[in-house]
Design a protein around this ligand. Structure first.
Ligand SMILES: [Zn+2]
Length: 307
């Protein structure tokens, strides 16, 4: 595929849109991040053919069993906070459809909290992990339109999904129209391109993740997109215990010349140098990220919206 159309407003006259960053993945592979002149959305722009799917098969995205790792515990704490907030809008009994449910961690904790849960995940290895480890009901069809489970849900969640997809086929609109109740709650989380960690790391920001990430949302663009589907933002959060802190650690590392992809390195063999670096950076990363989030400049944007 090539991407020369703005994923949000579908403006296709983007050849002259300002270039925010140039990113070199290999010598042959270069990507631009352009800012759409029409809607101000920042997106990954390339006019050479790229097989994006192959990027999801590589080792950085390999499915690993993390149930015994510290990340599992951190995500449990984080998701339980999110579920508490969801309950304040939609008390039990209520049900959740998680689009892009990955390995099913969020749905697993939601189920433990008493929610009815279903997931959509087109990556079969990830969906299988969710089915085998957490006994979840996951649909693996590539979603375009229509109702997936022949019912409408009280809550629709999309965690770190929208940055991966092009919205040209009105995917979000179709999903909302046919799968969420009229008074349903929409929860969306994406990386925050307007965050301090993004600004400070520049083209080395962890969550740029080009070319897997097509969209690089600011709070304003994401708000406008959600409002365009008739929803109003009720609450926002800019703090993520795992993705926010890990993103800030990579930003700090980038000041010392680090050019790697920290999530992948944490999955691979951890070296003494990496562990020492993490221990040194962690207190600063926590402090900086909490401060950033209090100014709405944390590494993620999480919106809770209803009609
Ligand atoms: Zn645009």
């Amino acid at each position: 595929m090539i991407i020369t159309t703005c994923p949000v407003c579908l403006n296709d006259k983007t050849e002259l849109s300002p270039v925010v960053f140039e990113i070199k993945v290999t010598d042959e592979e270069r990507y631009l991040i352009r800012k759409c002149q029409n809607c101000h959305h920042n997106f990954t722009w390339f006019n050479h053919e790229v097989d994006i799917r192959s990027y999801y098969d590589d080792k950085d995205y390999a499915v690993q069993d993390t149930k015994k790792s510290i990340f599992f515990k951190i995500q449990e704490i984080e998701y339980n906070q999110v579920l508490k907030k969801i309950k304040s809008f939609k008390p039990l009994p209520s049900d959740i459809l998680d689009f892009g449910s990955g390995k099913g961690l969020f749905l697993h904790f939601a189920k433990e909290n008493g929610f009815g849960v279903k997931g959509i995940e087109s990556s079969v290895p990830r969906a299988n992990y969710a089915i085998e480890h957490f006994n979840l009901d996951i649909n693996t069809d590539y979603y375009k339109s229509g109702s997936v489970f022949n019912k409408k849900f009280d809550i629709l969640t999309l965690f770190h999904v929208l940055e991966h997809i092009h919205l040209s086929e009105n995917l979000l609109g179709n999903l909302l129209k046919d799968n969420l109740k009229e008074d349903g709650l929409l929860v969306v989380e994406v990386p925050n391109f307007d965050s301090w960690q993004a600004k400070w790391a520049g083209n080395k920001w962890l969550h740029l993740d080009v070319p897997r990430h097509i969209s690089h949302f600011t709070p304003q663009v994401l708000k406008t997109l959600i409002q365009s589907h008739g929803f109003q933002i009720k609450t926002a959060s800019y703090f993520s215990l795992h993705l926010g802190i890990v993103g800030m650690i990579q930003t700090i590392f980038s000041w010392f010349g680090y050019k790697g992809f920290l999530i992948a390195e944490l999955k691979r063999k951890k070296t003494i140098l990496l562990i020492l670096g993490l221990l040194c950076a962690l207190p600063f990363a926590i402090l900086l990220e909490i401060t950033a989030a209090s100014f709405k400049k944390g590494g993620i944007i999480r919106y809770y919206a209803i009609k």
